[in-house]
Design a protein around this ligand. Structure first.
Ligand code: ADP
Length: 162
């Protein structure tokens, strides 16, 4: 039986920290579905299509990665996909509060699921999509924080807004 996991998130945009987790998950699972959340109550900088494209382009070298979208409850999406394992990241202790709450609620809604927490390489523990956008908006090069296709889109987006 092949082992499949889902890595859900906003990925607005995907960072090298997210990609570090994707690589780690690929070593543990046969297939990884990176699921971009399209929750309309959350305001995103990039469209769903752009967020998907950035992940696809960043994961070209990883054939076991598939990119998908979901809206609504993660628990319902898991049931629909018949997948039981969710990957989430823990960077620092402050992530734990939110992640613990979410994993507990998801388990309540879907009792046979498991959330697997992975830690990124320590060079990425400070990386967050919001921080990367802030840096790019201020005109600093984002290349250390995101893959080349994402850096190009960030430059284009924030240059156009000036
Ligand atoms: P969400 O809005 O669902 O939190 P994010 O894209 O911000 O979406 O994060 C998705 C997941 O990736 C979360 O579990 C988050 O902790 C993790 N994550 C975000 N940035 C990093 C990073 N630099 N290193 C490792 N994990 C990260």
């Amino acid at each position: 039986m092949s082992r499949v996991a889902i890595y859900p998130g906003s990925f607005d945009p995907v960072t090298r920290g997210h990609m570090d987790l994707v690589q780690r998950a690929c070593r543990l699972f046969d297939r990884l579905i990176v699921a971009v959340s399209t929750n309309p109550s959350k305001k995103h900088t990039f469209s769903v299509d752009a967020r998907i494209r950035m992940i696809e382009e960043s994961a070209r070298h990883l054939p076991q990665v598939e990119v998908d979208t979901f809206s609504g409850l993660l628990a319902s999406y898991l049931k629909r996909k018949k997948v039981r394992v969710v990957i989430r990241g823990l960077r620092v202790v402050s992530d734990l509060d939110y992640e613990f709450q979410m994993a507990s609620m998801n388990r309540r809604l879907c009792p046979d699921m498991e959330t697997v927490f992975l830690m990124p390489d320590e060079q990425y523990t400070y990386l967050a999509s919001s921080m990367v956008k802030e840096v790019a908006r201020m005109g600093a090069p984002p290349d250390a924080f995101v893959t080349a296709p994402v850096a190009r889109l960030l430059r284009r987006t924030f240059r156009a807004r000036k």
